[in-house]
Design a binder for this molecule. Structure first.
Ligand code: C2O
Length: 619
């Protein structure tokens, strides 16, 4: 049923074409030789760094446009029409809970029952995150073709040079802050959307199965699983539409914090200048890190004491991006998206690469120093308050851009599992209607009416590929290993090393097999209290007495946690793709490797259940 609220506004594209952030030429979006250096996986680099340029949007004969449309045949019906709802969304009203039957034989995570939203525990006393209750839910409907107005998200550090954009953004946030307390679009209520989905306020009812209503309420958690990217995409989508609506400018787009390029590796100035009048300013940010010129460390441990110079931090950041985005096979969807989380599953099955680093480290770097009183890490360093800092949305726009680049530049593919595609969420939209959305409808940003400014991707340069510290094919043992520990579960209070066997099936594989299926190191049974910040680094065949850094192949990755306010024990796992790493170290045929864990934050509070090496199940 079409919503009676659907306006039938028609306008021409030209009148809404923003001249503000012209795309650079396409070739500037990639540096280096434009080729993916990793030989065994993810080698399908498409030269489509920016998708359609503004000027091409209306021109079907343009080469870029052909490239863009080729993979989505028949889906581009370009009409000069402005859809007033959603990305042109028509909503059909439905009563809450009426479509449970469609889940009868599948297990997607259903949308929360907002009328049963609760204050999780005493920990959140006085901080009710729950939204206004209602029984009317609109189902979001994706348009068949992209809306005429494309909102192009600019890099925040470039936006600083466009005072008219900054003025609009600030006005929109100011208006949002001025809305009434019971208005779901209000700034604090929008921040609470994150709180409710992350701090245990929301539950879903276990769906009907085999004719039996389970009826049990289960907690929803949108982090540390495959829900991470789509949940945050939708969150930003509605936030952006609310801002655009408040200033009556359908072209308005959130900026992205371009922390993957050197120019963006600072707290963006538009969020920092004028503490008194700037509504983008937040007093609850790390006082040291907000000093102008302080370089963002994507490998931030969660407390200061870093002695690296600025150049090293910048280079390590680029190497980290190179490893996180390019080191694993583009077919290994768990490494990118995170692990499956289905109805009935325990929350936190495991985060994808980018969620852990740089997503979690940027949260912890931005919030107040949680190693100093009052030890809270607010706003960005703890989930209940993270959305109170406007910088959250710029941070997440760049996280979202990583998904966009993964698909458009690096041949990554979305998950085909219908439990992922049919998982759903609820958000209030710009007209204060509660809308149900699915993961399925979040996959194509063009259909949602936005894309990203073309920005350099410096980390694609092969110069940023980490290199082995130790000579490959070493014959003599040249490393010192901390005492090999075989006793698990173990408390991680200082460096531990353990020898992990590599099963027959992962050794002696051809390049083709390696490209199809990633070999992964799994660290299981990671347990810690949710309200402490945690970080530990993982090394393979490295010198445990002085482990290397992100510039070395031996550095396999890190586990990072952003605090929750809600005090409970989190149990999760860390999975790291090591196919390329083992080739670089000349260890691809070895029977075992030595894995070293170095706690960087939360030491003594982390339990490690055990280790294994296996083929990724995510194929
Ligand atoms: Cu929902 Cu960046 O966290």
């Amino acid at each position: 049923m079409a919503s009676p609220l659907l306006p039938s506004v028609t306008t021409s594209i030209a009148s809404f074409r923003p001249a503000l952030f012209p795309s650079k030429s396409q070739t500037n979006c990639l540096v280096g030789n434009g080729r993916h250096w990793f030989a065994v996986g993810g080698s399908r680099l498409l030269l489509l760094p920016c998708k359609a340029k503004h000027g091409d949007h209306n021109n079907p004969s343009s080469k870029n446009q052909d490239e863009v449309t080729s993979s989505r045949e028949g889906k581009f019906d370009r009409r000069d029409m402005l859809f007033g709802l959603g990305a042109g969304g028509l909503y059909g009203a439905a009563a809450a809970g009426l479509d449970l039957n469609r889940f009868a034989l599948a297990d997607p995570i259903p949308a929360p029952d907002i009328n049963k939203c609760t204050l999780t525990t005493e920990d959140l006393k006085g901080l009710d995150c729950c939204p206004k209750k209602t029984d009317i839910i609109y189902n979001f409907q994706l348009p068949a073709s992209p809306p005429a107005v494309l909102r192009t998200r600019p890099a925040a550090h470039n936006a600083a040079y466009h005072p008219e954009y900054v003025a609009k953004y600030r006005l929109a946030i100011e208006l949002m802050k001025g809305l009434g307390e019971d208005d779901p679009r209000n700034f604090r209520n929008q921040a609470n959307v994150h709180c409710a989905y992350c701090e245990g306020s929301y539950h879903y009812t276990m769906p009907t199965k085999h004719g039996i209503i389970d009826g049990i309420l289960k907690e929803i958690q949108v982090h540390s699983s495959w829900l991470f990217y789509p949940f945050h995409r939708w969150y930003l989508y509605f936030y952006e539409r609310i801002l655009a609506d408040l200033i009556h400018d359908p072209t308005f787009a959130l900026p992205f914090w371009n922390w993957d390029a050197p120019d963006g590796m600072y707290m963006p100035a538009i969020f920092e200048d004028d503490p008194v009048l700037n509504p983008l300013y937040d007093a609850n940010r790390n006082a040291k890190h907000r000093l102008p010129g302080t370089v963002l460390d994507l490998n931030y441990h969660g407390k200061d004491g870093n002695t690296k110079d600025d150049n090293t931090i910048i280079n390590d950041n680029l190497r980290t991006m190179n490893s996180k985005m390019l080191s694993i096979s583009s077919t290994d969807w768990c490494s990118f998206f995170g692990h499956p989380y289905r109805a009935g599953y325990q929350p936190n099955p495991g985060a994808g690469n980018i969620e852990s680093i740089p997503h979690n480290t940027v949260h912890n770097w931005t919030g107040t120093d949680s190693s100093l009183p009052p030890y809270t890490g607010e706003d960005m360093g703890v989930f209940y308050s993270a959305g109170r800092d406007p910088i959250f949305f710029a941070h997440h726009a760049n996280v979202d851009r990583m998904w966009y680049l993964w698909k458009n530049n690096f041949g990554g593919q979305d998950i085909e599992d219908t439990d992922w595609l049919d998982s759903s969420f609820l958000f209030y939209d710009e007209k204060q209607r509660l809308v149900r959305v699915t993961v399925r409808d979040s996959l194509d940003t063009t259909l949602l009416g936005y894309d990203y400014q073309c920005a350099d991707i410096p980390w694609i340069d092969p110069a940023y590929k980490p290199t082995p510290r130790l000579p490959a094919n070493k014959t003599e043992p040249q490393v010192y290993f901390a005492e090999l520990s075989a006793k698990f579960p173990a408390t991680l209070d200082s460096t531990i090393s353990v020898e992990v066997a590599r099963p027959e099936e992962v050794r002696n594989r051809s390049d083709v097999e390696k490209a199809k299926q990633e070999e992964v190191l799994v660290i299981r049974g990671i347990e810690f209290p949710a309200n402490v910040p945690v970080k530990f680094d993982v090394y393979v065949n490295d010198d445990a007495s002085s482990p290397s850094g992100p510039d070395k192949s031996e550095f396999a990755g890190s586990f990072v946690h952003v605090r929750h306010r809600h005090d409970h024990i989190i149990k999760t796992k860390l999975t790291l793709g090591i196919t390329r790493l083992l080739e670089d170290l000349g260890a691809a045929k070895d029977d075992s490797v030595v894995v070293t864990l170095v706690p960087r934050n939360g030491e003594g509070k982390i339990t490690i259940g055990g280790f294994s090496i296996e083929l990724s199940p995510c194929v």
